[in-house]
Design a protein around this ligand. Structure first.
Ligand SMILES: [Fe+2]
Length: 513
């Protein structure tokens, strides 16, 4: 039917339609509409034949017309945001950001320098834990008597199971390698040690306590660098910080209407008094990467995009953010979809892209440590969470906060080298030197929260709908749930902007953290 109609239309207009152009036209969502456009273009360009390339061009243009535009945001009359009353207190900790200071040339020496730095700095953290009965280097182990208690610190070079299901570990430091034997356990303390050793990841730096036995060090305990236990730090000012990540602007699945609802909310335009009060406290907005969906990130991604121009994706992000109130400080780190190098540490988004965004945001590297109101916020996209979830038992995509805690315990954002690409800088930027007050990540597209030894752990989910890839993998994302941390009270509120919410932006849930 459609085919006959199309052929008739072109015949009436005395324009020939190439057979392959007709085939393509038939696959369009609206073939007659595209045919009208083709006839018009044919006349304007004085064509005799409508070729497939013209139909292709018209189909692409139609797709681009679908590009969503930001919703118009009206400031609510009478909205008096508390956050506006306070000046911003914001510092960027330079040493945590690689932007503009890369020393790596990709040589073997770079890898050596990278691992040496990782071992040395992690050793300092482990030494500060205390409690070791004499920390020694591996070079002296051979001189020790049988049964002597020692602690060695080094990098996990290998880990394998013996025929009897015990573990054999090679722990390497600057002087050599310790062969560590971990028995599967005859009593509770041995069982505990075995369970801990099972959780060791290759390339991570730990301390191992043990007793000398022939060529082996028989492990009695495994210690990670850890963070000290302390209470959450609170502030005096009535301000809050909101966490965003994984917008994926440019993707067909970016939920721009829901995002528009959030911007409206932030302007006091949605909800009752309680909602407006919370919105008015938001002084800081931290974005943990995947602002744009990017181009060529995975095979056939173009099919999933509405905007196929990288600059246009960021221009659109800038437009969406235009209506964020001026008194809100926006901090943006990149993720694996953004237009910076894929390998971590990632520098901040370039000046060129910044121009496309056009806004007045603070662009930082990934990872970065930012100090707001005296509280240290560690922002990391979370690309390494994939390898941690795959590598450790008991972790899953449903609870990203548990995987985040594992990284905090290890004081390294990417302990496993190689699974996600790392640039061997001479300084391990993934190492967590200073203990943060807040750790914010994304990447998993699933919200998750925890309080670990006083540190607020937040995974801020996503603003992208479930992708085909996630369906195949069985991942269920949690889009459009916005976590907001009241820095005075130490409370986390999660505002629901999903379309399913009875009133988007009005449903909040306090999370006990
Ligand atoms: Fe993402």
């Amino acid at each position: 039917m459609v085919e006959e109609e199309l052929v008739r239309k072109f015949a009436e207009a005395e324009l020939a339609l190439a057979p392959d152009a007709l085939e393509l036209l038939k696959t369009a969502e609206d073939p007659l509409g595209i045919a009208e456009r083709a006839l018009k273009a044919g006349k304007e360009r004085n064509l005799f034949v409508i070729e497939r390339t013209l139909i292709q061009e018209l189909l692409e243009r139609k797709e681009e017309e679908k590009i969503p535009m930001p919703v118009e945001v009206k400031r609510a009359p009478g909205f008096r945001p508390l956050a506006k009353e306070y000046p911003a207190d914001l510092k960027f900790i330079e040493s945590s950001d690689v932007s503009g200071k890369s020393k790596c040339k990709g040589h073997v020496e770079d890898f050596v320098a990278y691992f040496r730095d990782r071992v040395e700095r992690t050793r300092k953290i482990l030494e500060a834990r205390g409690g070791g009965s004499g920390i020694v280097k591996t070079g002296v182990l051979g001189k020790f008597a049988e049964g002597r208690d020692v602690r060695v610190i080094g990098i996990i070079k290998s880990k394998r199971q013996t025929k009897k299901n015990d573990l054999l570990i090679e722990l390497e430091d600057e002087e050599g390698i310790a062969k560590v034997w971990v028995g599967k356990g005859r009593n509770d303390s041995e069982k505990q040690c075995f369970a801990a050793a099972n959780n060791l990841l290759l390339d991570e730096v730990v301390a191992i306590d043990g007793k000398m036995s022939g060529p082996f060090l028989v492990a009695t305990d495994v210690l990670w660098p850890e963070v000290p236990a302390r209470n959450a730090r609170l502030i005096e000012k009535e301000v809050a910080v909101a966490f965003l990540s994984d917008l994926h602007v440019g993707s067909k699945l970016f939920l721009e209407q829901r995002f528009g609802a959030f911007v409206q909310w932030l302007n006091g335009g949605v909800g009752g008094e309680k909602q407006r009060e919370l919105a008015g406290k938001v002084k800081y907005l931290i974005v943990a990467g995947d602002v744009a969906d990017g181009i060529g990130i995975y095979p056939k991604q173009e099919k999933e995009l509405v905007v196929r121009d990288i600059y246009e994706q960021y221009r659109m992000f800038g437009k969406l953010m235009e209506a964020i109130p001026d008194y809100v400080e926006v901090i943006v780190a990149p993720g694996n979809h953004d237009a910076v190098r894929r390998a971590e540490p990632q520098p901040r988004i370039s000046k060129e892209i910044e121009e496309a965004i056009g806004g007045k945001m603070h662009l930082v590297g990934n990872p970065s440590m930012v100090e707001i109101e005296g509280l240290k916020v560690l922002v990391y996209h979370g690309t390494s969470l994939d390898s941690i979830i795959a590598g450790l038992k008991g972790l899953s995509y449903n609870y990203p906060e548990k995987a985040m805690v594992e990284l905090v315990k290890r004081r390294n954002l990417s302990p496993l080298f190689g699974d996600n690409p790392i640039v061997p800088e001479h300084h391990d930027y993934m190492l967590i030197d200073e203990v943060p007050d807040i750790v914010h990540m994304g990447h998993i597209h699933k919200n998750g929260y925890d309080r670990y030894k006083g540190i607020l752990i937040v995974n801020s989910g996503t603003w992208q709908d479930r992708t085909e890839f996630q369906m195949k993998q069985g991942h269920v994302p949690s889009p459009c749930l916005l976590p907001i941390y009241d820095m005075k009270r130490g409370e986390l509120e999660v505002v629901n902007f999903t379309a399913e919410a009875k009133a988007p932006g009005m449903e909040t849930a306090s999370k006990a953290i």
